[in-house]
Design a binder for this molecule. Structure first.
Ligand code: GLU
Length: 502
């Protein structure tokens, strides 16, 4: 790659970042890091009507949470700022005027009402109104009006927009790193607005000018921007600037059926669609996902390593990532797989760090004076984490380590509790009480020897014993439970359980 790699993530602060937006940011980040380049965040806030307060902070927080911070952007000056388009407002007009001077753009005075009338008129005939070469001379603009008339209108302060004069009869050959060559006939394009009557550029003009001024080498963005590529290429050509390389990422598709993944799919399927909570919508972070899991599953939505490997931390993603392994076709979103990834990353965490995350959850379930010390919680985590997808699952899987059962699974109790069971359990309690070498393995060998000596079946003892200690037939290895609960607590539970079940 000849020039320095500089990529940008250019969201409009119109709301929270959709998970697809995070994927775009991630691919930009990976590409930048792979090539020792810069990852720029540019806030595209030229559309004042759609501006949402808090959205920019949200975007930045989401990138940081994912562990993919930008190198340059708002608050991180890198010599190409400012990085909010609203703060660059004054520099765009001269480029629009340059295009007018060169004959690549023109003033248009058609009022919104007039245009709306044309649109409706066309619709009524089953057609679509397009403002371009075939009708621009019949509309009210600096191509159809005399120079004096245009001057008078401008001087009198009449509202205008500046439109791009799309060339006629050209076959464009556009290049996309993922899709190859895309051919477009310029006659199907409309004369897009570049500059608006409110003195602001539109997305198209500001985006091109900024990518040029910020020396962006590669534009990696969602497929929904592919229809803009022709205009963007034409703008680069008109300015005489070298265009960056383009890569349009495939859409993220619904888990079932056709179409793009939407907020509605998340609500229906019970999975987050935003990285962080936004208003009522719970985010991945708040739902208990680890950022490593989110990054890993997002990376594989549309990119593949060319091998069977599925687990990638950020460093190995940077190492393996390339645009030529990004697919053209949409990537189906699989909520089950996201849980699978979280499960994987949870298993990688140390028991100690999981215990730290679990402690506040625990406080929500039990009285402050019943909260055990960290060492105990850490041991519990070690016994139960294997079945957890999320830190919060640890409560469901291991609540009996923190409180004695107050009820017993009825169905299981019926099956386990027979004539003579309480007598056997009293003996087991005695045996436990007599055990001095307090470890899971000695408890196991003592109790098993005792069972064999009496020619009892293991099931006759183990099931009821588990019921008494846990209240159910669930939980990890029984002797690990006894060892961790301790002698006093185990015996208490056996004794009060016998009373309750008898
Ligand atoms: N502001 C556009 C967006 O919201 C940027 C598209 C692009 O990357 O060119 O996604």
């Amino acid at each position: 790659m000849p020039t320095k790699v500089r990529v940008r993530f250019a969201p409009s602060p119109t709301g929270p970042l959709h998970i697809g937006g995070v994927r775009t940011a991630l691919f930009n980040y990976l590409f930048a890091k792979k090539h020792n380049g810069d990852f720029v965040l540019r806030i595209e806030d030229t559309d004042q009507n759609r501006y949402v307060k808090g959205a920019e902070d949200y975007i930045i927080e989401a990138l940081n949470w994912c562990g993919i911070p930008f190198d340059e952007g708002p608050g991180k000056e890198g010599g190409f700022g400012p990085y909010r388009q609203s703060e660059r407002k004054d520099l765009y007009k001269k480029y629009a005027l340059q295009l007018i001077d060169q004959g690549n753009a023109y003033y248009a005075f058609d009022t919104p009402d007039t245009l709306d009338g044309h649109r409706k008129h066309h619709e009524a005939k089953g057609k679509t109104f397009i403002y371009n070469w075939h009708n621009r001379l019949k509309l009210t603009n600096s191509l159809s009006l005399s120079a004096e008339e245009v001057q008078t209108r401008l001087e009198s302060g009449e509202p205008y927009v500046i439109r791009f004069k799309t060339p006629q009869d050209q076959l464009l050959e556009l290049q996309d790193s993922i899709r190859g060559t895309i051919k477009i006939d310029t006659n199907v394009l409309d004369d897009k607005i570049l500059f608006k009557s409110d003195g602001m550029p539109t997305y198209h003009l500001a985006n091109i000018v900024d990518d040029h001024l910020m020396e962006i080498s590669h534009v990696i963005r969602g497929e929904e921007w592919l229809p803009s590529l022709a205009l963007h290429q034409l703008l680069y050509d008109s300015f005489g600037w070298k265009a960056p390389e383009f890569a349009h990422l495939p859409l993220i598709m619904k888990p079932v059926g056709k179409g793009k993944l939407s907020k509605r799919d998340g609500e229906k399927g019970g999975f987050p669609i935003f990285p962080l909570t936004w208003n009522e919508s719970e985010g991945y972070r708040e739902a208990g996902y680890f950022p490593e899991a989110v990054v890993n599953f997002l990376a594989l939505l549309g990119w593949n390593p060319g091998t069977e490997q599925e687990i990638f931390d950020l460093a190995s993603l940077i190492n393996s990532f390339s645009l030529d392994r990004v697919n053209k076709s949409g990537a189906r979103f699989d909520p089950e797989k996201t849980r699978w990834y979280n499960h994987h990353y949870l298993q990688q965490k140390s028991n100690e760090s999981l215990a730290s995350d679990f402690m506040p959850i625990l406080s929500g379930h039990i009285e402050p004076d019943q909260i055990p010390d960290k060492a105990y919680v850490t041991s519990v985590v070690g016994l139960i984490k294997e079945r957890a997808d999320f830190t919060k699952d640890l409560w469901e899987l291991g609540n009996f380590f923190f409180q004695a059962p107050t009820s017993y699974n009825e169905k299981a109790a019926k099956k386990q509790w027979k004539e003579g069971t309480s007598h056997l359990m009293t003996q087991v309690a005695q045996l436990i009480s007599d055990t001095n070498d307090w470890s899971s393995s000695s408890l196991e060998s003592n109790i098993k020897t005792w069972i064999t000596d009496r020619e009892l079946s293991f099931g006759k003892i183990m099931g009821p014993l588990r019921m008494l200690l846990v209240g159910d037939l669930k939980g990890p290895h029984l002797f690990d439970i006894i060892a961790l609960l301790g002698k006093k607590e185990s015996i208490n539970r056996i004794e009060s359980g016998i009373k309750a079940l008898d």
